[in-house]
Ligand binder design. Structure first.
Ligand code: UGA
Length: 438
């Protein structure tokens, strides 16, 4: 039976590990973090992701093993690399984690007699496979890619908060590499795993670029609608959602990723945009469109601060409530969350911040400690506040009404997601993407 090794147990790696092992595959999940491995072995996911814990537990009842020892890959036939590729301070991609993981895999490859296929899922800039990953693997293993082992770029498209479903049913499978026997075998494996999913076979550098193409286009869609939303704000009565909904009916456009808001955040879109921009610049192409997409994203946040200042004046000692710090609903992830950036800016202006989030309090505490207050409930978070800013579209915020706002001292409501639109609110209401009627 085929043995599968998965290196790096973050969102992508742990979702894949759980889904494949629950299906009955013989899987070993590997991560250098011993504590994390122990948690996972106990059926606990290190982050919140709907449905993941249940499916992990199913896997653990079957053949799943979790280890911090890379030597477990020596019997594997398929090895997925799913470690993180964060960004350097200057925006370029930081390959140190993947380089380290790959060199350890290479050393262990020496003992592997199975001629395994290594699939790189981590997002890497075009050329990384050829210039970095392949040489490190070959040097450390003393083996040749394409002959002794297969090497395939296999970018991942899963979205946090929908990770289990996206892992089970990806919209496409991309296999980038040389047309060897390993590629033929990989294609067969994926055809069996995802029978109705298009499989795109291409070369390494194109596969690497596809990932950036997707994420930068998604960011472009968001900045596009955010730009329109700023224009709408100048047209009394205009509503960006009706515009987005209608645009979405045009099959050439599609309805997804046209929700105007405070800008895109999270661990992928901002980082991949930066990496692609710096890659383009270093290749001699000025990425004017991508630059504009980023600028619009920054402006969305600045706009929230200016509305707040316009209505409250000097922000020193003003009590501001931020609803939602997770970068999107149904996750506790706050990496590159716009809400976190907003709080940092408000603290600089000496405002007093209270936050509420259904899942991300712990992660938010790790950033701000006692510099801000943590509301025990929505009501508690609104108590004596001068202004509330709705940042993340958690379902529970839809229910907020005058009763809750009565806890506030001054009722300024800035709704970045238009969640309360259409309610008769006895407050000073601002919504991103809505032209305020005079
Ligand atoms: C993103 C991509 O959607 C995935 O396909 C990709 O696999 C992943 O990055 C990755 O590279 O690993 P994710 O980071 O989970 O997934 O988050 P998204 O759902 O894309 O949301 C990103 C941000 O855009 C959030 O801050 C969200 O609030 C914002 N957004 C999204 C909007 O403001 N409007 C929209 O219409 C959609």
């Amino acid at each position: 039976m085929m043995k599968i090794g998965i290196v790096g147990l973050g969102f992508v790696g742990l979702s894949l590990t759980s889904v494949l092992s629950a299906k009955g595959y013989d899987v070993v999940g590997i991560d250098v973090d011993k504590e994390k491995c122990e948690k996972i072995l106990n059926g606990v996911t290190p982050f919140y992701e709907p449905g993941l814990e249940k499916i992990l537990k199913n896997g653990l009842k079957k053949k799943l093993r979790i280890s911090n020892n890379f030597s477990s890959i020596k019997n594997c036939n398929l090895i997925f690399v799913t470690v993180g590729t964060p960004q350097n301070v200057n925006g370029t991609i930081d390959l140190s984690i993947i380089k380290k993981a790959i060199s350890t895999i290479g050393k262990n490859l020496q003992k592997n007699k199975n001629n395994p296929i290594i699939l790189i899922k981590s997002t890497v800039v075009p050329g990384t496979m050829k210039k970095v990953i392949r040489p490190i693997l070959e040097n450390n293993s003393k083996k040749k890619a394409g002959k002794d082992f297969g090497l395939i770029s296999n970018p991942e498209f899963l979205q946090e908060s929908n990770a289990v479903n996206d892992t089970k049913f990806p919209h496409a499978v991309v296999l980038g590499g040389f047309q060897t026997k390993f590629m033929t075998k990989a294609k067969k494996i994926f055809e069996k795993l995802h029978p109705n999913t298009p499989i795109v076979v291409t070369n390494h550098q194109t596969a690497e670029m596809i990932k950036y193409a997707n994420n930068s286009f998604l960011a472009t869609k968001i900045s596009f609608i955010n730009q329109l939303s700023s224009i709408c704000q100048k047209i009394p009565g205009a509503n960006v959602d009706d515009i987005a909904k209608t645009m979405g009916l045009d099959p050439r456009i599609g309805k997804l990723f046209l929700n105007a808001g405070p800008g895109y955040g999270g661990s992928c879109l901002p980082k991949d945009m930066k990496a692609l921009i710096s890659f383009a610049n270093s290749s001699g192409v000025r990425p004017t469109l991508l630059d504009a997409v980023e600028n619009i994203n920054t402006k969305q946040l600045d706009q929230i601060i200016s509305i707040t200042k316009q209505r409250l004046g000097d922000l020193t000692s003003k009590r501001i409530t931020v609803l939602g710090t997770a970068f999107k609903p149904d996750t506790d992830d706050i990496r590159d969350s716009i809400a976190i950036k907003l709080i940092k800016k408000l603290l600089k202006r000496k405002a007093k911040i209270t936050i509420h989030d259904p899942k991300a309090i712990k992660n938010t505490k790790d950033v701000f400690g006692d510099k801000i207050r943590y509301g025990k409930s929505i009501n508690d978070a609104l108590e004596k506040s001068h202004c509330v800013i709705i940042m993340t579209q958690w379902k529970q915020y839809e229910k907020i009404n005058n009763k809750e706002f009565n806890h506030m001292t001054k009722k300024l409501v800035i709704d970045c997601r238009r969640m309360l639109l259409g309610k008769r609110l006895d407050v000073d209401y601002f919504a991103i993407g809505l032209g305020k009627e005079k």
